[in-house]
Design a protein around this ligand. Structure first.
Ligand SMILES: [Zn+2]
Length: 672
């Protein structure tokens, strides 16, 4: 144990690491090759951690350069580093933390072709510190193809997550669909808002474009709503009338007359007439509190009183999901707050101004001033103005307009700061969250290196002071996943010389012997979403891979027409640099890939046909996949007799337990 190679590992800086990790893992870390993708918010913290833990060989990849706005949380960077490569600077700064580790920085995009499957295979583990879905999915696929364990991570404000992903053992990143960004029904935004965000979306995406955007009558959205069967025909008709009335207001804003009147005209239409119009549709307000039309002069002279109707209006209870009957938050519902009028834009207390609760008068004043500023810009020649969180005029307008609308609907009002976050879809990046998450990444990585698979967990950093960290057990792969359920293989080739047909024939083999592949069969071939050939279309088989733009780093997916064999994903890699000049231009894997085979006959049980020779084989006795007996989407289980039947059902993702007391263990999947 006191061999010379381990000398730097013993004592000193590694005393604690050795005590915690044990001498075996601690010693092994020096030889561990880790790929760290991303040197941003999580990446900087993570690099510091892996360097101090003692991972011996760290490849750090990032395509970005350092920006001023990174410096509040990416602590490996200083002001002098702005505009330089993140990977390079981070490696330089963190390298000084531990002289025993080697950091190899790469300033590049992880999707570039040189980072192919062979390159990924050179690592023991990959750690993701990425900020976008596209790159995450790419790294996930490469790790699944190369069979390299991946620890995936992400943060959003105070929330974060770490997830270990291991081929064939856990779900991959693509086993579960990712949710799409939330959108709201048009009627919620236009007539029946119940949350601050509804009013902010209305001000930003409806009112601002209506007044200052391109000249359109705003009815397209309503046509769509009708087509999609959104209910409320009467309501949509009223909204249509309202949309047409905007033309007059737009004209007033662009006219050369006094602007104060224009702002007031807008106010009267939007916060008074339109609301009166909605109130006339009594049906709408049977189960929700009707809004209160606002009065410009009454707000101006502090005499305006707004009171949410009693709960009798919301007899059906909480329809809008808000706690009715209470005065709105901020305590300024009636506009009688003692606060001083809002400071003008050039005021010195910008930070304080942004975070101050705005009274109803404040919002009215801000509405008039921002409308005037925007109208002046139109008259000065700007053709259209759209929302930009960094454009003070539009932000002021959206803040004031959304708060006035919130007041009319008894909804909590927001500060300018909050509106900026919500309207700009800004989720603040928080250094503490990144630090916690990157610590958790290293802990999961150590479990993987120690092969303590039972200890692996998905860890959530959550909003719960009593339980800040939540854990979830890992799920087995989704048997229908298009990424991790493929059988991956690699060919080394020269794409200028090798044809598509040669690859297909080579990979399928002749079906004989141990290394014979599956044999020739009817297949379709895809590259990403492109179809390159199918059984009735073989035009491309004679073409070279390069002419089909199938080159290094890409995958060809071979799909069995009969659905008997699982898909084969063939990764394209380059020939070894030291190959002889007259050597072959295609090197196939050995043995050839044998994906899972689902026999299509259920009885008599089973010599699973290992030998399917020609595509012309008579298959009339076989039963198509889709005709298997199913009840309510579940596969029926008539008998459990034959092993092949059991296997087929397991291939379908169904678990068969022999007895009632059997327990489902980690390796087992239950679907449907
Ligand atoms: Zn998957």
């Amino acid at each position: 144990m006191s061999s010379t190679t381990e000398v730097p590992r013993r004592g000193g800086r590694y005393t604690h690491a050795e005590a915690i990790l044990g001498p075996e893992l601690c010693g092994r870390l020096a030889d561990t090759k880790v790929l760290l993708v991303g040197a941003g918010g999580i990446g900087c913290e993570l690099l510091k951690n892996v360097v101090l833990t003692g991972f011996g060989h760290i490849t750090l990849l990032d395509l970005d350069t350092i920006d001023l706005s990174n410096l509040n949380r990416q602590f490996l960077f200083r002001k002098k580093d702005i505009k330089q490569s993140k990977a390079m600077v981070a490696a330089q700064t963190a390298g000084a933390f531990n002289p025993n580790v080697h950091i190899y920085p790469i300033h590049a995009n992880i999707k570039e072709p040189q980072f192919d499957i062979e390159w990924f295979r050179g690592f023991d583990i990959v750690l993701n510190a990425l900020d976008n879905l596209d790159a995450r999915r790419h790294v996930n696929k490469m790790c699944m193809a190369a069979g390299i364990p991946l620890v995936e991570s992400g943060t959003a404000g105070y929330l974060g997550q770490v997830q270990p992903l291991l081929k064939d053992r856990t779900e991959c990143f693509d086993c579960v669909l990712k949710p799409t960004p939330k959108s709201f029904p048009v009627c919620t935004i236009r007539s029946t808002p119940s949350q601050p965000i509804h009013c902010i979306v209305w001000a930003k995406s409806y009112l601002l474009p209506q007044l200052f955007g391109e000249d359109e009558d705003g009815t397209t959205e309503l046509d769509d709503a009708e087509k999609q069967g959104e209910n409320g025909g009467q309501e949509i008709a009223a909204l249509r009338k309202e949309a047409l009335a905007y033309r007059a207001v737009r004209k007033a804003l662009r006219a050369a007359e006094t602007t104060h009147d224009a702002a007031k005209t807008v106010f009267q239409k939007v916060f008074h007439s339109d609301i009166l119009n909605l109130l006339s549709m009594s049906d709408m307000w049977r189960s929700r509190a009707p809004p209160t039309p606002l009065d410009f002069h009454a707000i101006e002279n502090h005499s305006f009183v707004i009171q949410e109707p009693s709960k009798s209006h919301t007899a059906t209870g909480g329809v809008n999901g808000r706690s009715s009957g209470k005065p709105a938050a901020n305590g300024h519902v009636n506009g009688n707050a003692a606060s001083a009028p809002i400071q003008q834009r050039n005021g010195t207390n910008a930070g304080l101004k942004d975070q101050r609760a705005l009274s109803l008068q404040d919002n009215l004043a801000l509405f008039v001033s921002s409308t005037n500023r925007l109208a002046a810009r139109l008259r000065a020649g700007e053709e259209t103005i759209s929302f930009d969180k960094d454009d003070d005029d539009t932000l002021d307008f959206v803040t004031a307009a959304s708060n006035l609308r919130s007041a009319a609907y008894y909804i909590e009002r927001k500060t300018r700061w909050e509106v900026k976050e919500m309207a700009g879809n800004i989720i603040p990046a928080i250094a503490t969250t990144n630090a916690i998450i990157s610590g958790l990444i290293v802990l999961q990585a150590l479990h993987i290196l120690r092969k303590s698979y039972g200890a692996l967990k998905i860890v959530h950093l959550q909003f719960k002071p009593s339980v800040p960290l939540g854990t979830v057990n890992l799920c087995p792969p989704n048997p229908k996943c298009a990424i991790c359920r493929d059988t991956y293989t690699t060919v080394l080739c020269d794409p200028t010389n090798v044809t598509l047909g040669e690859i297909i024939d080579g990979i399928l083999g002749d079906g004989n012997g141990e290394h014979g592949g599956t044999g020739r069969r009817e297949v379709s071939v895809y590259e990403d979403k492109r179809v390159l050939s199918d059984p009735d279309w073989d035009d491309n088989l004679e073409r070279t891979l390069e002419s089909l733009n199938v080159t290094r780093g890409k995958f060809l997916t071979i799909v069995d027409e009969e659905g008997e064999w699982g898909d084969i994903a063939v990764a394209l890699s380059v020939l070894p640099p030291n190959r002889p000049a007259d050597g072959p231009s295609l090197i196939l894997p050995s043995p050839l890939p044998k994906p899972t085979h689902t026999p299509r006959r259920t009885s008599p049980a089973p010599t699973v046909s290992r030998k399917r020779s020609a595509p012309d084989d008579d298959i009339e006795e076989s039963e198509p996949l889709s005709k298997r007996p199913r009840i309510n989407g579940a596969i029926t289980v008539p008998q459990m007799g034959s092993p092949s039947k059991k296997r087929r059902l397991e291939d379908e993702g169904l678990v068969m337990l022999s007895g009632a007391t059997d327990e489902v263990d980690d390796e087992v999947i239950v679907i449907d």
